[in-house]
Ligand binder design. Structure first.
Ligand SMILES: C[S@@+](CC[C@H](N)C(=O)[O-])C[C@H]1O[C@@H](n2cnc3c(N)ncnc32)[C@H](O)[C@@H]1O
Length: 258
């Protein structure tokens, strides 16, 4: 198997068939409101990114053990299958270079961490961290996290982390934002009751929009009545460090499913 070729794993969620016909629930308004043939609105920038030799090597060696491709699932996603045992599952959407995933998973060995990214060098970097720190509770999925979440059964996630999602600052791009009402309803539906949706951003206007969107979701309870104090368990990522250096403030929002 060539790990650089998307959609070539033995994992049950692989495939390329039109997706909108399965795993659609009442919370998947994006899908139900749009014609099946319309191209999905993606929340990520298409970017290639160069890989170092080390990252390329990590991807080649480690992808078969730790990676899964998000194609079109041919059934509901079984979160236990990639890990081989059952444990509470934390989903990190847009894991970037994977530093937060690796650090949080290392500090929290009794929960499984599933990182989802589209950026291959970031995926390779996380695989390298997984190996370096001997993390058995991390798996890395490549593809659109929203596709993966739609395939998950309701109530299957202990927590969802959305750390520094692309802010899409232009008004005409706001439809690409990860944190918007239909996506929030989808994410919330996949949480267990009491499960956590933790978002963080350095983009003040997006932070305010996130706060309003999350507060408006009837199935969520705000853990802090607005922006949360920076949780000590959220590691500082390279992305966050750059934002701090540039003088931007960081906003955390923590909600629980009712
Ligand atoms: C601004 S970066 C932040 C990365 C990381 N969370 C951090 O704090 O350093 C946002 C990341 O989210 C990823 N992303 C955006 N939408 C995504 C989606 N629907 N599925 C998977 N990854 C996504 C992008 O590829 C990008 O790497």
């Amino acid at each position: 198997m060539n790990p650089l070729t998307p959609g070539r794993t033995s994992h049950p969620i692989r495939g390329t068939v039109a997706y909108a016909r399965i795993a659609v629930t009442s919370t998947d308004q994006t899908l139900t409101a749009r014609p099946v043939h319309a191209a999905p609105i993606r929340t990520f920038h298409p970017r290639r990114g160069r890989m170092s030799d080390r990252q390329r090597d990590a991807l080649q060696r480690l992808w078969p053990a730790y990676g899964l491709d998000i194609g079109a699932p041919d059934g509901p996603f079984d979160a236990t299958a990639p890990f081989g045992r059952r444990a509470p599952l934390v989903l990190e959407i847009g894991s970037g270079m994977g530093d937060a995933t690796a650090a949080m998973a290392a500090a929290d060995p009794d929960r499984h961490y599933l990182a989802v990214e589209v950026h291959t060098p970031g995926i390779a970097n996380l695989l390298e961290l997984v190996e370096r720190h001997g993390l058995s509770n991390v798996r890395v999925a490549r593809g659109d996290a929203l596709d993966l979440v739609r395939a998950m059964p309701e109530g299957s996630l202990e927590a969802v982390h959305v750390f520094f999602p692309d802010p899409w600052p232009k008004a005409r791009h706001h439809k690409r934002r990860l944190i918007q009402p239909t996506h929030v309803a989808l994410l919330r539906s996949r949480l267990v009751p009491g499960g956590t949706l933790h978002c963080a951003t350095d983009w003040a206007e997006y932070a305010e929009s996130m706060r309003e969107t999350l507060a408006a979701d009837p199935g969520l309870v705000d853990a802090h009545d607005g922006f949360a104090p920076r949780p000590g368990h959220r590691p500082v990522t390279r992305f966050e460090r750059r934002a701090l250096t540039a003088g931007r403030s960081i906003f955390d929002l923590v909600h629980h499913r009712r």
